[in-house]
Design a protein around this ligand. Sequence first.
Ligand code: HEM
Ligand code: SF4
Length: 551
Amino acid sequence: MYTYNEFDHAFVRDRTEEFRDQVARRIAGELTEDEFKPLRLMNGLYLQLHAYMLRVAIPYGTLSAVQMRQLGYIARRWDRNWGHFTTRQNIQYNWTKLDDVPDILDALADVEMHAIQTSGNCIRNVTADQFAGVAADEIEDSRVWAEIMRQWSTLHPEFTFLPRKFKIAITGSENDRAAVKLHDIGLRMRRNDAGEVGFEVIVGGGQGRTPIVGETIREFLPKQHLLSYLEAILRTYNLLGRRDNLYKARIKILVAAVGIEKFAEMVEEEWLDIKDSALTLDAAKISEIERHFAPPTYEDIAEPVAPYDAARFTDPAFATWTRTNLFPHKQPGYTIVTVSLKPAGGVPGDATAEQMEALADLVEKYSLGELRIAHEQNVVLPYVRKQDLHKLWQALGEHGLADANIGLITDIISCPGLDYCNLANARAIPIAQRLSRHFADPALQSEIGPITLNISGCINACGHHHVGNIGILGVDKKGVEHYQITIGGIADENAAIGKILGPSFPAEGVVDAIDTLIGTFRKIRAEGETFIDTVSRVGINPFKETLYANH
Ligand code: HEM
Ligand code: SF4
């Protein structure tokens, strides 16, 4: 993992002290809320419906056990005993008190964390594949590049006041687990014909009220040019992006307006000027960062691992969990575990202080002290020996963390919605809770098979509803919360925006509506098809017809 150097430590402490002073002046009435707002937002502090919300960055979703324990401590000491992991690999504390925030920031600085650039029109926390460095299908560890981008983008003087927020995601494998086509810039590591590793650069993706799948502007960018090329894209955007209309300010609108070819041309032209500047990454700099992400010393473990196979044979509940919550590791004898934060009736992405502390203890014992946050709002243990899995699973169960539902219908992504967010049209959390209760039966979930179901409380799409195989969007219909349903969205390398099925439903009709869609799917699916396979084959009409048959 990356560890702070002296500069990082001093910088984060100074920022906390500066904010402590600003908070004191706000509380003393020396600053009005209007004056204070830009200052607090620069430190990740939002004012929500009921309280201040602090958004803490988890760079590319990577956490040490020590950091996770501290996040739990903060939840217990200064919040209501829980935190909310988000689709941008951040954690949000929903109930912070203003005068506690400087102490929270100090507690974060103690473990090399902060809340800078989690808000505002700057380059936000870079997100990455949660399996980076360990996935069997990976080309290279994308965290190295995410860290290089983090250092370059943090307080970049030229890009602190962009037309709008800017989000970058990177994946190190052909299989995209970081939704790179739905970001302002998406990077996919790939190998060229000569066998060299570089980046495919995708630009102009995004969700919100104008959802767009990003397009490739460069098939292959050699590694050493990453920062100069990003800088060229950002300069082009910073100059030409619209500042007159909030809804047209994202880079995707600029790219759509000028066309991808023209945009690529402008970037290449800008790039020519800076291509061989100080931004070029030399081998020494790259290997300095690579050292932080060097693979651990793995044990030689022969496959198959007998105690693991035996436990699967004798314990069917464990066997079910291993079928859904594991992912192939690049090292024989090891596996990647995804711990579900989606219990039936629970709030997607929420973890209590006890659960965070338990996870910290468990990764110290079973996963080399490291964990990850997935953008699907789950927690990943990247280095688990197969012979430890049964014990780990039992221990997770003691903390309500052993749900076997990763990638299934109850693994719901949801934004905070109207329970917290002052932009919301409708509640998202209670809908997620009802749906996860309704579909809780493991046999039913397994029968339905892989599917994504995403919910947002408004068109801003923080819950990725546009790219859920089933998407649910909260809308306001004459002052009453309603929900519009889309199907056919995809967030991976085949990214697609879902299509609206028809008129929206009131809250009490949503579970029935989703049940009807699933019932239709089960009736018409061909052998071996997933939900999205069926939608791709038959289109949305059969679903639309059954959904509105009685309306
Ligand atoms: C304080 C509460 C929040 C506010 C005020 C807020 C605000 C917004 C706004 C205004 C947009 C639309 C941006 C645009 O279209 O230009 C947006 C998009 C987004 N937000 Fe949030 N959000 C909040 C919470 C969250 C949470 C909890 C998550 C993660 C679960 C999240 C993740 C995202 C994502 C993934 C997008 C879509 C990608 C994009 O276009 O930027 N946000 N948010
Ligand atoms: S999608 Fe809307 S309701 Fe949900 S968190 Fe984002 S801004 Fe708030």
